[in-house]
Design a protein around this ligand. Structure first.
Ligand code: JFZ
Length: 441
């Protein structure tokens, strides 16, 4: 209770001003256009990279091993990713068919991958490497024509002004008592957000994460606790076309432009993070790992196959959502071979079947034992995940033609009273997702 009061007093003063503005949030024309572009992108690559790549135990190592923040900070002294090549990253990601990259500008460990006047604990001022990772990535993205999004953590396991502490990072050496200054922390975050939105060209989205650290407090209290409306207003003022997303696992708040699902396609809750949110009318995005880790994990061999990842991409598209697929680069700055191989395979599949993913909406047919469907204008795409000999589909619209997307070969079909019957020739070439395009009149 004391905590709630503390938050409310600290946060209400600054939040009150912009709260009313954000509650009646009306996205700008630029923002609406950006949403549409985003929804058409359908596939992005998530990058979790920071000091934690060195211990190679994932991005939560500081909390999981209870590493004191003063000791953890020494990892900055050995941050020297000698093989870091932003252009090589972007080329591989673009060849994989992704339309945007979302990178951790600063994660829960508090280390910033970019030059920041708000803290020396950053890649430029705090490491021997001395290079601005985000600046190099932004330039490479500009050259290759791929959009850049920034992940930004609300949680900080090493700052003393991050107080009251939440439910994580309690063993990282921050004092338990009231040592912090929450208003100061809020100013720090706004200073960093301003840097991110003014120094790196157009930013596709800011992807917040960490609200769940204070989920002992109710949903309604969260905007004031974190100063969300202030931050959202700042972002939209600096770049009206920048989309705001927040991985709080709750129904979206005013001022948010996309809705995020962690490790689940919208509507499912297998990972256990999505029980507290419905599906809104905002553009949707599902984030997912290639193995079981976000940050580089040297022992995590549990990579999903490229085929499974392709089917997952089709399943998210079939729910009307983007897939944000993660890669955790190594401490030397390279992308793991396993990730590169999967990227290449997804790219190969998309180069042939991209029409059934990019710019599509959820399909007319719910998920079936044989696969899923997506839709673009007059075309319904059936994604066959396994061999089937024939299909009976209830379709109200009159069918003009049916063909495989990959080679354009027509398929025999009949349509009687809204019932479409397809005979599907077997195919020798094994493909994770054979796409059939049904074109309506
Ligand atoms: C969050 C991050 O903590 C994680 O490191 C990664 O960046 C992912 C994309 O987003 O995932 C969560 C969010 C909430 C909890 C755990 C992981 N939680 O509630 O314990």
């Amino acid at each position: 209770m004391k905590r709630i009061l503390f938050f409310l007093v600290a946060a209400s003063l600054c939040a009150a001003v912009s709260a009313s503005a954000q509650e009646g949030y009306v996205p700008s024309a630029e923002n609406l256009a950006a949403r549409e572009r985003f929804a058409g992108d359908r596939f992005g690559i998530f990058i979790h990279w920071g000091l934690y790549a060195q211990p190679g135990r994932g991005e939560w190592v500081m909390q999981q091993q209870n590493i004191d923040y003063r000791e953890y900070a020494r990892l900055a002294n050995s941050f020297y990713p000698s093989k870091f090549d932003a252009r090589a990253w972007v080329r591989a990601i673009k060849a994989g068919g992704a339309r945007y990259i979302t990178i951790t500008s600063r994660h829960h460990d508090g280390f910033s991958l970019f030059r920041s006047a708000a803290t020396p604990y950053n890649a430029v001022d705090g490491t021997p490497f001395g290079r601005d990772i985000l600046a190099e990535l932004a330039e490479a993205c500009r050259e290759e024509g791929i959009r850049l999004h920034f992940y930004y953590s609300h949680v900080d396991w090493g700052r003393l002004d991050y107080w009251p502490r939440g439910r994580t990072g309690l063993g990282t050496g921050r004092p338990e008592g009231n040592a912090g200054d929450w208003a100061h922390y809020q100013e720090f975050m706004k200073a960093q957000l301003t840097e991110l939105l003014t120094q790196y060209g157009p930013v596709g989205a800011i992807w917040f994460d960490g609200v769940w650290d204070h989920d002992a407090e109710p949903r309604e209290a969260q905007p004031a606790i974190w100063g969300l409306y202030d931050q959202y207003a700042l972002i939209h003022r600096l770049q009206p076309g920048c989309l705001v997303g927040n991985n709080h696992h709750l129904d979206p708040f005013p001022g948010e432009d996309i809705q995020i699902f962690e490790k689940d396609v919208p509507g499912e809750n297998e990972a256990g993070f999505s029980g507290g949110q419905g599906i809104s009318r905002l553009p949707l995005e599902t984030c997912q790992t290639m193995n079981n880790s976000w940050g580089y994990n040297i022992t995590d061999r549990s990579y999903k196959s490229a085929d499974d990842l392709i089917r997952y991409l089709a399943r998210t598209a079939a729910k009307g959502a983007n897939l944000l697929l993660n890669i955790g680069p190594r401490p030397d700055g390279t992308l793991p071979d396993e990730a590169l191989e999967r990227l290449a395979e997804i790219g190969r599949w998309l180069s042939v079947n991209g029409d059934s993913i990019y710019g599509t909406q959820a399909g007319d047919i719910e998920e079936q034992p044989w696969g899923v469907s997506s839709r673009k204008g007059k075309v319904l795409y059936l994604h066959l995940f396994r061999p089937v000999e024939s299909l009976q589909l209830e379709l109200a619209e009159k069918v003009r033609s049916v063909a495989f997307l990959a080679d354009g070969k027509p398929l025999p079909f009949t349509q009687k009273k809204g019932m479409v019957s397809l005979t599907i020739p077997s195919s020798a070439d094994a493909t994770p997702d054979r796409v059939i395009a049904i074109t309506f009149r």
